[in-house]
Write a new protein. Structure first.
Ligand SMILES: NC(=O)c1ccc[n+]([C@@H]2O[C@H](COP(=O)([O-])OP(=O)(O)OC[C@H]3O[C@@H](n4cnc5c(N)ncnc54)[C@H](O)[C@@H]3O)[C@@H](O)[C@H]2O)c1
Length: 334
């Protein structure tokens, strides 16, 4: 399987490392191109891993038709065209989060993926990590009964993005809500299996042109409420997701998952039986039909529905229904 890595920064490095690990384990992985508009970054990666045979490109379009798979780890505004071009060329795609920049693009990617029969995967790594796999397993087995409410807290020293592409709205397409926040919105929706119905947010940009702090409330289909605190000026990193159901409460505070049933003692969930993997490992195995695609474009679409409703609510100063966004596009919600 011939592969191009597009975007040779932080996450390009991580995915390349994982793919080389797959190759060393005997998987059919042949990295052919390292692509970056800044050739020195691609060259640095090539030197780091001693990949003398690998070609450095500054334009991903030169790899179209010459690879079977592409890993896209570029700034957010680049994702859409790169995904669509690789899929049109018949290549499988692993794309970093957020999948794209808006709901129209997310729907296009979703539809292109459905028609293509290819593996298109969004690198939401929590889908492959023990705490979240355990939480999803327990909730889908009905341990909490019907879900009533979800609350998430994200803290990150996001003001550190000053001077980078992340602080430029037309390249990042938004701030902490869709950057690290996309993981949390995905966790809430993927774990509960519910879609967002309506959202309202207040955002504080703290002098940036992107959102830094966000207070988001939403209704999920069937009635459960969702609350998301995004504290982009945290001194470090903080992650908590809490799920309340008729039968109890589950807290995901990595590395721990804590279950409190309505009757009886609280317990730390034993995570040992659950698997631990990485997006790139699943991507290769899904292409080889050894595993299901653990994070298909529908996950990116569901996150974008919630994100777009939240951003639109800030513009309009009122709650926005996801149905309104589809109506505006003249599209049916998949
Ligand atoms: N899953 C995670 O936890 C996680 C963590 C960090 C970043 N990310 C995501 O990974 C992606 C990349 O982020 P990063 O932190 O690696 O950024 P980065 O700035 O370290 O790297 C991005 C690279 O893309 C290159 N680039 C820009 N435009 C390009 C283009 N048109 N074609 C090819 N290369 C181009 C840049 O020169 C840079 O080398 C983003 O989507 C980001 O949100 C995910």
């Amino acid at each position: 399987m011939r592969v191009a890595i597009v975007g040779c920064g932080g996450m390009g490095n991580v995915h390349l490392r994982d793919l080389l690990q797959m190759e060393s384990q005997g998987f059919d992985v042949d990295v052919r191109y390292l692509v970056d508009i800044d050739a020195s970054r691609a060259e640095a990666l090539r030197a780091k891993y001693g990949l003398r045979e690998v070609e450095v490109l500054t334009d991903y379009r030169r790899a179209l038709g010459k690879v079977d798979a592409a890993v896209i780890a570029t700034p957010h505004a680049e994702h859409y065209q790169q995904i669509m071009d690789f899929v049109a060329s018949g290549a499988h795609v692993l794309v970093e989060k957020p999948m794209v920049c808006n709901l129209r693009q997310a729907l296009d990617v979703y539809e292109a993926w459905r028609k293509s029969g290819l593996v298109v995967e969004v690198a939401f790594q929590r889908h492959f990590e023990k705490p979240w796999i355990a939480a999803r397993d327990l909730i889908s087995k009905g341990v909490l009964g019907k879900i009533e409410m979800v609350s998430m807290i994200l803290g990150q020293a996001y003001t550190g993005v000053k001077g980078t592409w992340r602080a430029i709205r037309k390249i990042s397409c938004g701030g902490e809500l869709i950057d690290s926040g996309s993981h949390f919105m995905d966790v809430a929706l993927w774990i509960t299996g519910l879609r967002a119905e309506e959202a309202f947010a207040y955002m504080d940009s703290r002098g940036f042109e992107i959102d830094i702090n966000t207070a988001l409330v939403a209704k999920l289909e069937g009635g459960p409420l969702l609350l998301f605190t995004v504290a982009g000026d945290d001194p470090g990193w903080l992650e908590v997701e809490i799920f309340w159901g008729e039968e109890g409460r589950l807290i995901v505070q990595p590395p721990a998952v804590l279950l409190q049933r309505r009757k009886g003692e609280g317990e730390a969930v034993n995570l040992e039986p659950y698997p631990q993997s990485r997006p790139a490992f699943n991507f290769v195995r899904a292409i080889e039909k050894l595993e299901d695609n653990g994070s298909p474009p529908v996950c990116g679409l569901r996150v974008q529905e919630l994100a777009d409703a939240a951003y639109r609510s800030v513009e309009l100063g009122r709650p926005v229904k996801v149905a309104e966004l589809y109506e505006e596009m003249g599209a049916r919600r998949p």
